[in-house]
Design a protein around this ligand. Structure first.
Ligand SMILES: *Cc1c(COP(=O)(O)O)cnc(C)c1O
Length: 388
């Protein structure tokens, strides 16, 4: 049979493709170092694992979870937002539990936009924003992120007719893949513009806790009045090294939380309650030090990789947040050519920047989620290629 037309708008998921290439090289006997995907190599803190085990022993968790997410988990998210950002949230109306933020990012798109609507998507960006908009039948309007503008979208350049058709604007700071950060003035401007044009502002905060040299990312909900305009996606994946557990939350604007929950509760049945209880444990204040310890490790790796790449002639900048380096490719080599050449000659997997959108051309992304000695080894192999 012929599958639905909408499938033609979607290619294989970026990292699925990269994983297969890496596996093929490994099968050829290559010592592959995967700096492609951003997936923490450090284990989940023990106290969080213990809470999951304890939760799993309680038969009450063996039944269907609460549709909105366990109230205890939603309360824990609200307490975390109060403590970390000074933002007050009503756990019943303004917090929704998610099976990882990717799930919520996808379902919010279906709740917000369809044929005839526009979704404003920065590029390069996490591929899910644009792919889900296309699957939902909406039109993607791309907002290029360039070094000259600090990798912030130029919202003033969006034409009025586009704003009129727009339903949703995505922002993601600290940013994957560029490592850029946004200040409160940018967030306040985005809130103002979305309010003026009656557009839902969606902020992806996957990296809010991964900041270096004392940098602490703000939440868009810190902007006065933002809760009428914005919804934010918080994920336990990156701060607590819980990518495999699938746990996150959507917070903020109540009508958006309600709309998302309508799509979601008609689609899935929520995350295993024992995992949500592990999330409650993670969000307790004593786990802040577990985050800080991991951030210290990434910061050390960042410094090590940046100095090795600079010594090899690359124009590598040290990001203030996220665990990614966004490195300009050697002159005359495209992002895909660079990534393919590096994999072929050294077994190091990098992500071509162009895979995140056309403005990512001319960059490769390196993830710092591998042990120090492997990062050192990878940079050494790349340096030995004398590409620059
Ligand atoms: C990793 C990542 C996510 C997904 O996180 P999950 O909560 O694990 O689904 C979302 N957005 C960005 C930008 C990411 O890099």
């Amino acid at each position: 049979m012929k599958f639905a037309d909408r499938l033609a708008t979607v290619g294989p998921y970026l990292f699925f493709d990269l994983d297969q290439k890496a596996a093929a090289a490994r099968a050829r006997g290559v010592d592959v170092i995967n700096l492609g995907i951003g997936d923490p190599d450090l284990p989940t803190p023990g106290a969080i694992v213990d809470a999951m085990v304890e939760g799993a022993r309680d038969p009450a968790t063996h039944r269907y979870p609460d549709y909105q997410g366990a109230l205890r988990f939603r309360e824990a998210v609200a307490h975390f937002y109060q403590r970390r950002f000074g933002v007050a949230l009503d756990p019943r109306q303004e917090v929704l539990g998610l099976i990882g933020s990717k799930e919520g990012i996808s379902h919010l798109t279906w709740a917000a936009a369809g044929p005839g609507d526009v979704v404003l998507v920065p590029e390069p960006s996490y591929p899910v924003y644009a792919v889900q908009a296309r699957l939902a039948g909406a039109t993607v309007f791309s907002l290029p992120l360039t070094a000259g503008q600090g990798f912030l979208p130029n919202l003033a350049a969006v034409p009025d007719p586009v704003w009129r058709r727009a339903k949703l604007l995505w922002i993601n700071y600290p940013n994957n893949p560029t490592g850029a950060v946004a200040d409160r003035a940018f967030l306040a401007d985005a809130v103002d513009r979305c309010r003026a044009h009656d557009v839902l502002l969606a902020s992806d905060q996957a990296y809010s806790e991964i900041g270096y040299d004392g940098y602490r990312a703000p939440s868009v909900l810190e902007v006065p009045g933002a809760k009428e305009v914005a919804v934010e996606f918080f994920s336990l994946s990156k701060p607590y090294r819980m990518t495999g557990w699938r746990l996150g939350a959507a917070v903020g604007r109540a009508d958006a939380i309600h709309a998302l929950s309508l799509v979601k509760t008609n689609t899935d049945s929520g995350q295993f309650t024992a995992i949500q209880l592990a999330g409650v444990r993670a969000l307790e204040p004593d786990q802040d030090q577990a985050i800080q310890a991991a951030v210290g490790v990434y910061q050390r790796r960042r410094d090590l990789a940046v100095s090795a790449l600079r010594a090899a002639g690359f124009d590598a900048a040290a990001p203030r947040a996220t665990f990614y380096l966004w490195v300009p490719t050697p002159p005359g080599l495209s992002a895909r050519d660079t990534a393919a050449l590096v994999l072929d000659r050294t077994g190091v997997v990098l992500t071509p920047g162009s895979a995140y959108g056309e403005s990512g051309e001319g960059y490769v992304r390196l993830s710092l989620t591998a042990p120090d000695d492997r990062i050192q080894e990878a940079c050494g192999r790349i340096a030995a290629m004398r590409l620059v």
